[in-house]
Write a protein that binds this ligand. Structure first.
Ligand code: NAD
Length: 246
């Protein structure tokens, strides 16, 4: 078994996932980053990591397809011999008030944000239990704690991750595996790109720290949960929100 730790990061080539990938790679972890569609951007990330002497591989996969999740996990276990960390980061939003939301818009968000995490967990859990070691981090959202107009599907999916996290944490607590959630506030990534500037200004005005968060600031929380020294933190929700929920 290799001394090098191995992480799976879904949606690991863009936004918060990219920051997590680079933070872990810089710390000597081999990161297997899943990506949905932009192969060129994924390859650029591999090149950037390689030029720094870091180890990153990229794997096309769709978290809403259970077979893709199994293939992704197996590809990495075969190539690297182990998986130590799973970071369920991939997520989407399809915003509409409940009155206008279609059934498809509801289910598309559930399939990616909730079922995608479940499928990835299923794909690695037996491997982690066998090794009596593992760290699982689910990227939720402050919206799962507060709700938001036009985001009932997204908010429900992200609160769903709290239930998944706490249940799985209890199931795995005696097996050397921790399961936690990180709940970012408003982080400047493509996900916020469609939010009009005046709405963003209104959000920032409510954030005690007085600005949007950086993806690297979410990565910092994730990385610390993966440490051997974080063995007593499980079933927790770590907020990274500039004080927005006080
Ligand atoms: P982003 O849109 O830049 O990244 C989302 C990533 O998920 C992309 O890499 C995308 O390709 C991937 N993805 C989407 N659907 C997928 C699928 N079916 N299969 C595989 N990959 C898929 O946004 P981001 O801000 O970096 O979001 C990352 C996570 O953080 C998401 O779960 C999001 O809900 C959460 N989050 C973001 C914010 C924010 O303000 N940006 C706040 C709270 C939580």
């Amino acid at each position: 078994m290799s001394e090098t730790k191995v992480a799976l990061v879904t949606g690991g080539t863009r936004g918060i996932g990219r920051a997590i990938t680079l933070d872990l790679a810089e710390r000597g972890v081999h990161v297997a980053a899943g990506y949905l569609s932009n192969g060129d951007a994924a390859q650029k990330l591999v090149d950037e990591a390689r030029s720094n002497g870091w180890s990153v591989s990229v794997h096309q996969m769709d978290v809403s397809e259970p077979e893709d999740c199994v293939r992704f996990a197996n590809e990495v276990i075969e190539a690297q011999g182990q998986v130590d960390y799973l970071i369920n980061n991939a997520g989407i939003n399809v915003d509409r008030t409940v009155r206008r939301m279609t059934i498809d818009e509801w289910h598309s968000v559930m399939r990616v944000n909730v079922s995608g995490c479940f499928y990835m967990i299923k794909a690695v859990i037996e491997h982690m239990v066998e090794r009596k070691s593992g760290r699982i981090v689910n990227i939720s959202s402050i919206i799962g704690q507060t709700g938001n107009v036009g985001q009932a599907n997204y908010a429900t999916s992200k609160s769903g991750l709290f239930g998944l996290t706490m249940s799985l944490a209890q199931e795995l607590a005696g097996k050397g595996i921790t399961v936690n959630a990180v709940a970012p506030g408003f982080i400047s990534t493509d996900m916020l790109a469609s939010v009009p500037q005046n709405v963003l200004d209104g959000i920032v005005a409510r954030i005690p720290v007085g600005r949007l968060g950086h993806p690297e600031e979410v990565a910092y929380a994730v990385t610390n949960l993966l440490s051997d020294r974080a063995a007593y933190i499980t079933g927790a929700v770590i907020p990274v929100n500039g004080g927005l929920d006080m």
